[in-house]
Write a protein that binds this ligand. Structure first.
Ligand SMILES: Nc1ncnc2c1ncn2[C@@H]1O[C@H](COP(=O)(O)OP(=O)(O)OP(=O)(O)O)[C@@H](O)[C@H]1O
Length: 503
């Protein structure tokens, strides 16, 4: 594949935009469900080539072709690099296909526009969620180096990705990793000081400057997300799984210390700093919490998870880090094992099916043996003699799994998300942040009332909001001044809701 040199945009290889029909492809199976709609594995009928078709959802579009898709296509057209997903072409379907009875056929394409991408066997979340999945250190280094190389290319070409997370990092069976989903990406210029929306990046991977309300930001936002992914690969599970923005900030402060004018000059001028300033300063504990990480890994992680974006390491400098130049060296992508295709959508679906089967079995057993006790989730006694769920999504740092201590070859085992039960509930942060201010040790998250859908608006009905935007937030903490509510993120890793179409 022709690759543009760093700093140059390759516009030579432009795909044949929209000149072919989607009927040139045979849909094989659904592999993703995103804000835009479905992603399918498909085969080009004439050549037999396997591709990914991403449908551009038009349901909510009253004003023609969605601006977000235009932006994504424009950006993808500019970017040509081995570590950035390749948009091959755009295809259309002329109209709604009908079945034999004249009803719309859900198995056929209907009046839509599709982006045709090269097909990738896995996404990082799907791959790491495979039961018993094991990433070696050379493998982690290999993925990280490719991620940083792709991101460096984007940044040199003045593109911010703004949604770096595991499910947007695609991996093929030749070990190549590519950045995908540029639906939130945008061009920036270092001399242009315009305001950008801070409602980007999936919550767990979102940097402190965005959570504090900054609207002037740059490539460092992506580097924070890369730091979260890096730590997740080493640690075995997401390191900052906040349920909502205040809790997310609190988790960051617990790990990285609270920001002040010394460690982050200018932080006190960021819009919501005073609303989220903890009552007492919090110490940085990253080295302590991840003390079992390899020295060079920890050194690099420190630089990625630096609170002040101006001091955070760039993709270019990260590629020069000792970590990548010391034994064990990153492996050759081609030497990596080949796995059965694994996308987050599929692994979630499989788990959901397994869960349903278990539930049915339990029901059957209950009918057969009504006296038997139902087995609950494993409980474990903590030092105080209290029962606690373990491992819990919100206790990642105090109970490092063996993986974190294992040194060169760690186990990558994620906590299982029970599909069907929303582990990261979305909804109203009803109390308002300051109500919790008196909290011990400045922990804001804990006493939040149960999250619910009580909120103020259905993001789906807002202009520019994606179809996943059923999420609603109650009147936000005083720190979130957008009309009392913000349509930011759904909790967690899963989705970045409703911010497409903004600056
Ligand atoms: N080229 C591809 N090859 C294989 N799988 C892909 C490809 N593109 C996307 N997918 C799968 O589909 C999923 C969703 O794709 P993508 O993130 O581009 O859609 P989206 O609508 O922007 O999703 P989201 O709302 O989660 O950001 C990915 O996580 C991945 O598993």
């Amino acid at each position: 594949m022709a690759v543009a040199a760093a700093g140059q945009l390759n516009l030579e290889e432009s795909p044949s935009w929209g000149s072919r029909s989607v009927s040139c492809f045979e849909k094989l199976e659904q592999i993703g469900e995103g804000t835009y709609g479905q992603v399918y594995m498909a085969k080009e009928i004439q050549t037999g080539e396997v591709v990914a078709l991403k449908k551009i959802r038009m349901d909510n579009e009253r004003e023609g072709f969605p601006i977000t898709a235009i932006r994504e296509i424009k950006i993808l057209k500019k970017l040509q690099h081995d570590n950035v997903i390749r948009l091959k072409e755009i295809v259309t379907s002329p109209g709604r296909d009908k079945d034999d009875q004249g009803k719309p056929d859900s198995n056929k394409y209907n009046g839509s526009i599709y982006m045709v991408f090269e097909y990738m066997d896995h996404d990082l979340t799907g791959l790491s969620d495979r039961p018993g999945m094991h990433f070696t250190v050379p493998q982690i280094k290999c993925y990280m180096r490719q991620l940083l190389t792709g991101l460096h290319y984007c940044h040199v070409n003045q593109v911010l990705h703004r949604d770096i997370k595991g499910s947007n990092l695609l991996i093929d069976n030749d070990g190549n990793l590519k950045l995908a989903d540029f639906g939130l990406a945008r061009s920036f210029s270092s001399d242009h000081n315009g305001n950008l929306t801070n409602r980007v990046i999936t919550l767990w991977y979102r940097p402190p400057e965005l959570l504090l309300g900054s609207t002037k930001y740059g490539p460092a936002v992506d580097m924070w997300s890369v730091g979260c992914i890096f730590a997740e690969l080493l640690y075995g599970k997401p390191i900052l799984p906040g349920k909502n923005e205040p809790e997310q900030l609190n988790k960051i402060f617990e790990l990285c210390g609270s920001p002040d004018e010394v460690n982050w000059p200018g932080v006190s001028k960021i819009p919501w700093y005073n609303n989220f300033k903890p009552p007492r300063p919090m110490k940085r504990r990253l080295r302590d919490i991840f003390k079992h990480f390899d020295r060079h890994a920890l050194e690099l992680l420190e630089k990625m998870l630096t609170l002040d974006p101006a001091q955070r390491i760039s993709a270019k400098d990260a590629l020069d880090a000792e970590y990548f130049w010391n034994d064990p060296l990153p492996c050759d992508p081609k030497s990596l094992p080949k796995y059965e295709s694994s996308h987050e959508f599929q692994t979630k679906k499989k788990r959901q099916q397994q869960r349903q089967q278990h539930e049915e079995m339990a029901k059957r057993q209950k009918i057969q043996h009504p006296q038997q006790h139902v087995r609950h989730l494993p409980m474990q006694q903590n030092l105080q003699g209290h029962l606690s769920l373990r491992p819990g999504p919100n206790q990642p740092m105090h109970n490092p799994p063996l993986a974190a201590a294992a040194g060169p070859s760690q186990h990558f085992v994620k906590p299982r998300v029970t599909v069907g039960q929303n582990r990261y509930p979305q909804g109203g942060n009803q109390g308002g942040y300051n109500a919790n201010r008196g909290n011990q040790a400045g922990v804001y998250g804990a006493p939040y009332p149960p999250q619910g859908r009580g909120g103020t608006y259905s993001a789906a009905s807002m202009p520019g909001q994606g179809p996943r935007g059923g999420v609603s937030y109650g009147v936000g903490g005083p720190g979130y001044p957008q009309g009392g509510s913000y349509g930011g993120s759904g909790g967690g890793r899963g989705s970045m809701v409703g911010n497409r179409g903004q600056q």
